[in-house]
Ligand binder design. Structure first.
Ligand code: WTA
Length: 646
């Protein structure tokens, strides 16, 4: 673990919502008396139309969890309407466009209300009912948030598909969730370049005959394809719709959204989150982890297409009545100082980003940061992958001027909200450690055989009891949920991550222990990349592993076996790369392709990925036990022809 110095709680945080004593006391109660604790929190943080009958019942063997059964509430009401009497004219959303010369926009809670109501009425008029699924494929524009909240308002289930995904990926997700409505834009704009969103949707919809409505925001005004009857302009439809729409009372366990994420095997799975528990943990973590104070400006740089964008651009901040910033562009456009200019321009107080972005900005040196004042910043956050202590220290010293604590928050699409994180007024910071469990979260470390590790040690990170924003099911395939998370170690939720715990009880997440890659904070299954590669008619077999990458965290290393009579060539390599981009999206572009006349297999034909990982990591002197290999010569060939960086 890191030898970097510990940073005690700074004096500026002594009056934080949660100090060390309060953390200890509240954490204890959350575990000893979950019913009492969560009842109090649910009343404090949310407005209910009808109180619940039971706080929680769950069964980890069946992968079932119910929170606040019998309670009724509406997420859009909680994020908008209830703030109107006191905060209607305050800013809900600050939008900063890709081009710094475009005017930014401040959207008040009252305007947010009107926009969401109008779109909700459009959806209703198109026949979207409670429980129907709506696909949202949007750039980072306010309409993306309106779309999510409009669905929540009428009880439709949104499925946001990241704007960087390909037509194939969109169509897979639309079909899996049986979406009949899509909300998109003509084009997106990122770093001065356009993204052909509507055209991608058109291609995707060729294989989705069930989609009856496609609502299109005009962002760039580009020429786009149009299917009469199916396609409608967002601005026309919302202008014609009424500005009031009553929120649909939802059961606490009614679905709120589906979000696809990658696992070790097969196609991405539709993680389903529900209403009451999700919103409660989103709201609570937002207030406590970020020590949110009224009138502060919060900026999470994630895309709304990922869970971080759902929980910390939209639901968490808005449930607290905060001002949340949404940035359309990229950190390097027009240059590497853009983010810090935005911090100054909008007087951002809390800034939440991913280690991969910190590392790539670090590579540009201090000057682009030092051009800005950043005096408004009070707190920094990190999410998405382990942050190496060097990047942590640079973030702390250069971005935060050694003044702002960093909360390194560990969580997952499946956990819905933060799970292990420092609280800035309570936790002394150790660079690289996600630190301590949030209220109600009971982590444990297991040995290979499933026994719990006591005290300091390393093992598989599991969670011992349900938490409010827990994944409820995988859409359409509950058995897959049980198999993936609840059967490795019966009675525990299996995270797929490894971690260690030090003598002070701090957790240090070491990364995935399964075949899931984390490339620039984007989660991806090796199996997805492999299936894309073998679609090529010249390819017989492929095995994909991750390798350490200075900026991206992990890079994608592909071992590819061509068909017998096929010559490996630069042209074939380029086609394979293109295939991954086409099938998945640009985030899945392989970094290294190594031709492999054969793959290392056991005598029963199983690929020994452990060995491939070592070759990719250039740890060829340390391949481990190779005695079970069917043909050891295969490995010698791969080592001799290693293609990756030294
Ligand atoms: C990794 C993103 C170390 C982890 C919210 C997890 C982290 C996966 C951290 C989930 C962190 C996330 N430290 N690793 N602070 N945060 N991870 O579903 O491997 O996109 O399992 O959710 O990211 O990625 P996902």
């Amino acid at each position: 673990m890191s030898e970097f110095p510990i940073h005690p709680v700074p004096a500026s945080f002594t009056d934080a919502h949660i100090n060390a004593e309060r953390y200890a006391e509240m954490y204890r109660r959350s575990v000893d008396d979950p019913e009492g604790f969560w009842s109090d929190m649910a009343r404090e943080f949310l407005s209910w139309e009808q109180p619940w009958e039971t706080v929680v019942d769950y069964d980890f063997h069946k992968g079932e969890a119910h929170w606040f059964r019998g309670g009724k509430l509406n997420v859009s009401y909680n994020c908008i309407d209830r703030h109107l009497p006191l905060r209607g004219s305050r800013t809900a959303l600050i939008w900063e466009g890709d081009d710094p010369a475009t005017d930014s926009r401040h959207i008040s809670y009252a305007e947010l209300h009107e926009q969401v109501c109008r779109l909700a009425n459009v959806l209703k008029a198109r026949g979207v009912n409670k429980g129907d699924r709506v696909c949202i494929y949007m750039p980072m524009i306010p309409e993306a948030a309106y779309a999510m909240l409009a669905c929540a308002r009428i009880g439709a289930i949104h499925s946001v598909v990241f704007g960087g995904f390909s037509p194939t990926a969109i169509s897979d997700r639309i079909q899996d969730a049986d979406c009949q409505t899509v909300i998109t834009a003509d084009e997106g704009l990122r770093g001065g370049k356009t993204v052909a969103l509507k055209s991608n949707v058109d291609t995707a919809l060729e294989s989705c005959p069930g989609v009856h409505s496609c609502i299109v925001v005009r962002r760039t005004g580009a020429d786009i394809g149009w299917q009469e009857g199916r396609d409608l302009w967002y601005h026309e439809a919302t202008a014609a719709a009424a500005a009031q729409c009553p929120p649909e009372p939802m059961d606490a366990e009614d679905p709120l959204f589906i979000l696809y994420t990658s696992g070790s095997t097969g196609k991405p799975k539709g993680v389903l989150h529900t209403t009451g528990g999700y919103l409660l943990q989103a709201a609570m973590t937002f207030k406590y982890t970020f020590d949110y104070r009224e009138d502060e400006v919060f900026w999470c740089t994630a895309d709304v297409g990922w869970v971080t964008g759902h929980t910390y651009i939209v639901y968490g901040p808005l449930a607290n009545g905060a001002a949340t910033l949404m940035f359309e562009g990229v950190p390097s456009y027009p240059d590497a100082g853009r983010w810090w200019e935005i911090v100054d321009k909008h007087q951002v107080n809390t800034f939440y980003t991913a280690p991969t972005a910190i590392r790539s900005l670090h590579a540009h040196g201090d000057e682009p940061v030092k051009r800005s004042s950043r005096a408004s910043l009070r707190l920094l956050g990190s999410v998405g992958e382990p942050i190496n202590p060097e990047a942590w220290e640079w973030y702390y010293r250069t971005v935060g001027d050694s003044r702002c604590p960093i909360v390194d928050t560990w969580w997952q699409t499946e956990t819905g909200a933060q799970m292990i994180t420092p609280l800035p007024g309570a936790t002394a910071l150790k660079p690289g450690a996600a630190s301590m469990p949030f209220f109600g979260v009971q982590p444990a470390l297991l040995n290979e055989d499933g026994s719990e590790i006591e005290g300091p040690g390393s093992g598989y990170l599991v969670i011992k009891a349900s938490w409010p924003s827990q994944i409820r099911t995988i859409f359409g395939d509950h058995q897959r949920l049980v198999d993936t998370y609840f059967s490795h170690y019966p009675g525990y939720y299996f995270t797929g991550d490894g971690a260690s715990r030090d003598k002070d009880g701090y957790y240090w997440i070491t990364g995935r222990v399964d075949d899931v890659l984390n490339v620039s904070g984007h989660r991806m299954g090796t199996a997805e990349v492999e299936s894309a590669l073998v679609l090529h008619e010249d390819i017989a077999e492929a095995a994909v592993v991750g390798f350490p990458h200075d900026i991206k965290g992990q890079g994608i290393y592909c071992f590819v076996t061509p068909m017998d009579n096929v010559e490996a060539s630069a042209k074939l390599e380029a086609e394979l790369i293109e295939l991954c981009v086409q099938e998945i999206g640009a985030i899945a572009k392989p970094d290294v392709i190594q031709w492999a006349p054969g793959l290392p297999k056991t005598r029963s034909g199983k690929i020994m990925r452990r060995i491939l990982r070592k070759i990719a990591e250039n740890e060829v002197d340390n391949l481990g036990d190779t005695s079970t290999l069917a043909d050891p010569a295969v490995v010698d060939h791969l080592v001799a022809n290693r293609a990756g960086p030294a």
